[in-house]
Design a protein around this ligand. Structure first.
Ligand code: THU
Length: 135
């Protein structure tokens, strides 16, 4: 199944009884495997998890830590916009030129790079050891 089809398919399994907003995400790993995830909500609202987090968790659980492409879909007017937290989560395992496609069910797609999705991402460079332990 393609990355796009995987995201559309897993979206069907989203557990979103509170928002009624189902999201599907699929990531392609460096090893060439597709991992997918959907949002899983909870009656204790903050405990819900995003689709992107689910796809990343599946990839890491399978022993992979690098993704090369991302596809996210929801039934939104504009292609779904990953939340800030998920942008940082995706950046952790992708690179600045990783292709990210956002889509809705009407066939509208926006493709961008990870750097465009999260400009100025917090990264290891910001934790330069020379600047640690400074009061
Ligand atoms: N959501 C995602 O899963 N991914 C996104 O990119 C945007 C938002 C979920 C979280 C929540 O379950 C629902 O969509 C409404 O915010």
């Amino acid at each position: 199944m393609s990355l796009e089809k995987s995201a559309f398919a897993v979206r069907e399994n989203a557990y979103a009884p509170y928002s009624n907003f189902k999201v599907g995400a699929a990531v392609l790993s460096e090893g060439g495997t597709i991992y997918s995830g959907c949002n899983v909500e909870n009656i204790a609202y903050p405990e819900g998890t995003c689709a992107e987090a689910g796809a990343i968790a599946a990839m890491v659980a399978a022993g992979e830590t690098k993704l090369t492409e991302v596809f996210v879909v929801a039934d939104s007017k504009q292609p779904v916009s990953p939340c800030g937290g998920c942008r940082q989560k995706l950046a952790e395992f992708g690179s600045s030129d990783t292709k990210v496609t956002l889509a809705n069910l009407d066939g509208v797609r926006v493709t961008m790079t990870m750097a465009e999705l999260l400009p100025g991402a917090f990264g290891v460079d910001h934790m330069d050891a020379d600047h640690q332990d400074r009061d």
